[in-house]
Ligand binder design. Structure first.
Ligand code: PRX
Length: 692
């Protein structure tokens, strides 16, 4: 058996010894338990018996098959979808070993399908057209809407027809810059319906970042709205799009049409700046089109979407996902990791601008015919009880969010939670960064009333769907551990030489063999794809994360090991922030590191060297932060600017970030070896300036 199968065996031994009822009761009562062995949170019997995977044995049986017979395992699942033409004999092809040639991953090759059809038409044809597809809750309480699957299909078809009419064809990129309106999933599904490749840009990115993405994928159409309210703030999205289109056209990339949704609750059309030859109101054109639209059948390996994410250089990477494998994988992971049942009401707080919103607001749930809640506003508006108000209002049963929100709400006080019933909740989920055990326990004990398993799902933009995740009901949880791999996934932990570690260990998290939801390339840069992910540890996909595995085989993610930081679950390259800072005329050099932050997980800590003779000032500090907001977006604004007369460098000029991280986190006695520094005095200068 594989390494992991052996771990599962050891988990079984653990369980047989620990299945005693007193531990179970103690955990459910939330008592502090002393020994590590007791630090297990068991699913209730009531939950387990109804779960898709009710026991470790069942998991083990399914997992074993998924590894030993991937073709049979995935073919059975894929057969539940509609394929215009079945995939060829060989269900997948992969080369993940750079030493054997170019990296290539294919699943369901020659299969012909359409994901929008599988998300919509399939359910309507099965008689579920009247089921609610989307509950939409606006920023202001009391402002809401719904769409059934039939209504959603009609709206998707109208937009698809419009896009076809203005010349969007299979394979064309469409850039989408929308907030969490129903129109966002509608747009994604409309693009998919006609085989166009959507590239959704999170509507918190700046004009500069949007322009960069537009120039990379060169769409003819950009879809946006005039403005949105988040909390008490109004954000003028159309102005941001205007600025980005100006910039991209100055660089030779011209967008013909800017389709703009009039979001009346935030801004009237009369107040919106307009360019007649390019801008078109969604409401003026889309509703005039027919509510049926023939599907463009695509190959399983045709691109579905592009989503830019941060890497270790300043240039964002265009992660490319294709159709068939992504479809099967997101649907299956959603179904099992949340123990989805047709009666569930599901709410994922992520924005569709990130991968979580792609896979687990739109595609995964809708492929399962689920009722999805889409929330436009801020989770703490008008007060920190809003989430639970929404949970009660819609009887949400599956609630999936990020640790940063859990920590923020935890700080705001229990009274905002206990004021609401939350009786409908069944399963909770966490994603984006490691969840610290105390936040885990608060989420479990208070929000879920010690009743709801937490699926702490580890995955990435690149992986398309969950990779290491609990299956609620299958086995006990350890707060803060993402537990075990999903079906078909073979995680390995390697040392710095790339040697696979066995048993209890700690190292770099890699994956052996492909899984259907894996990304296939970086748009326009297959070489960077190979270099960034497959060269560091030949033979494996390298995740960029550190991970340890305990003696029971549970996985514990320890954070990024590359120059990427994770701020409130948002992935930010330190190099991106540095490139933004050095654009400031008075900034000579910048080095950015992540530092622990109570709510955000990590905060952004920037060391800045000014041009000779420029004095430090509060005003300058503000303008440095402003330049990052303008270049990337408000979410990337540094939490701290640390003036640096010089940076600690080796004699060959390499910045020693290890030392900067120690200074940033005030661990001043733990610098380790500083003998390779070109100028050791630099460190003392930095310490002296720490509080200035
Ligand atoms: O460091 C890991 C962290 O988020 C990174 C992926 O970020 P992104 O591509 O933006 O996708 C976020 C949503 C999937 C990973 O490399 N991460 C994600 N989920 C977890 C996590 N770290 C610990 N535990 C998790 N559950």
């Amino acid at each position: 058996p594989t390494n992991h199968l052996r771990h599962v065996e050891s988990m079984k031994t653990l369980l047989s010894g620990a299945g005693n009822i007193s531990i179970l009761n103690a955990v459910i009562l939330g008592e502090a338990l002393a020994s590590e062995e007791n630090d297990l949170v068991f699913p209730s019997e009531k939950f387990s018996v109804q779960a898709h995977v009710p026991s470790p044995e069942k998991y083990l049986e399914m997992y074993r098959r998924s590894i030993e017979d991937p073709a049979g395992f995935w073919a059975d699942i894929a057969s539940e979808f509609y394929w215009k033409q079945k995939w060829s004999e060989q269900i997948y092809y992969e080369n993940l070993d750079i030493r054997k040639g170019n990296i290539k991953i294919e699943w369901f090759k020659d299969g012909i399908t359409n994901i929008s059809y599988n998300c919509l038409d399939r359910h309507v044809e099965a008689g579920n057209g009247d089921k609610i597809a989307i509950y939409w809750e606006g920023n202001e309480p009391g402002f809401d809407g719904t769409l059934t699957y039939t209504q959603l299909l009609h709206q998707v078809c109208q937009l698809a027809n419009y896009l076809k009419d203005i010349g969007v064809r299979k394979g064309d990129a469409v850039v989408v810059y929308l907030p969490m309106l129903m129109e966002l999933p509608i747009t994604m599904l409309a693009c998919a319906r006609i085989g166009a490749v959507h590239s959704v840009v999170f509507a918190g990115f700046s004009a500069e970042s949007l322009a960069q993405r537009i120039m990379d994928c060169k769409p003819n159409v950009v879809i946006t709205c005039n403005a949105v309210k988040r909390g008490s703030k109004t954000i003028y999205l159309k102005d941001i799009v205007d600025a980005s289109l100006k910039e991209s056209s100055q660089n030779g990339v011209f967008v013909d049409v800017c389709l703009t949704y009039e979001n009346q609750s935030a801004m009237k059309r009369e107040d919106t700046k307009w360019l007649d030859r390019r801008d078109i109101w969604w409401q003026d054109v889309v509703p005039q089109y027919p509510t049926t639209c023939a599907v463009e059948w695509v190959d399983a390996e045709d691109p579905l979407f592009l989503l830019y994410t941060s890497g270790s250089t300043g240039k964002p990477k265009g992660v490319l996902h294709t159709t068939g494998g992504y479809m099967v994988y997101t649907a299956t992971t959603f179904n099992y990791a949340f123990d989805y049942k047709p009666s569930d009401v599901y709410w994922c707080t992520a924005d569709c601008g990130w991968i979580t919103g792609h896979s687990y607001v739109t595609y995964g749930p809708m492929l399962n015919g689920a009722t999805v809640l889409v929330y436009e506003g801020a989770p703490n508006y008008p007060d920190p009880g809003r989430c639970w108000d929404i949970v009660d209002k819609y009887k949400v049963s599956i609630f999936y969010t990020a640790p940063t929100l859990v920590r923020a709400l935890m700080r705001d006080g229990d009274q905002y939670v206990t004021r609401y019933s939350r009786k409908s909740l069944r399963v909770l989920g966490s994603v984006g960064e490691p969840i610290n055990p105390s936040a885990w326990r608060w989420f479990f004990n208070l929000v879920g009333d010690s009743r709801c398993p937490i699926s702490d799902t580890w995955w990435q933009t690149e992986t398309g769907g969950f990779m290491i995740t609990p299956l609620p009901g299958a086995w006990p949880q350890k707060p803060g551990s993402t537990t075990f791999p999903f079906f078909g996934v073979q995680p390995v932990i390697v040392d710095e030489k790339g040697v696979e570690l066995e048993g209890e260990c700690s190292g770099y998290l890699c994956v052996k063999s492909s899984w259907p939801g894996a990304f296939r390339t970086l748009y326009g840069d297959h070489e960077r794809y190979e270099t960034a992910y497959f060269k560091p540890f030949p033979g494996y996909y390298f995740s960029g994360d550190g991970c340890s595995r305990d003696k029971n085989g549970y996985h514990w993610l320890t954070g990024r090991v590359d120059d990427v930081i994770n701020v409130s679950g948002h992935r930010i390259g330190t190099a991106e922030v540095e490139s933004a800072l050095v654009l400031h005329p008075q900034c000579a050099e910048a080095a950015v590191v992540g530092v622990e932050h109570e709510v955000k997980g990590q905060g952004i800590y920037a060391f800045v060297t000014l041009v000779d003779g420029v004095p430090y000032s509060e005003e300058l500090r503000k303008s440095l932060i402003a330049i990052v907001r303008n270049q990337i977006g408000a979410f990337a604004a540094p939490d701290k600017i640390h003036w640096a007369p010089g940076l600690p460098k080796t004699r060959s000029g390499k910045i020693m970030r290890r030392i900067l991280r120690k200074i940033a986190s005030s661990q001043l006695d733990e610098f380790g070896d500083t003998s390779t520094l070109a100028d050791p005095n630099v460190v003392d200068q930095l310490i002296d300036l720490a509080d200035s």
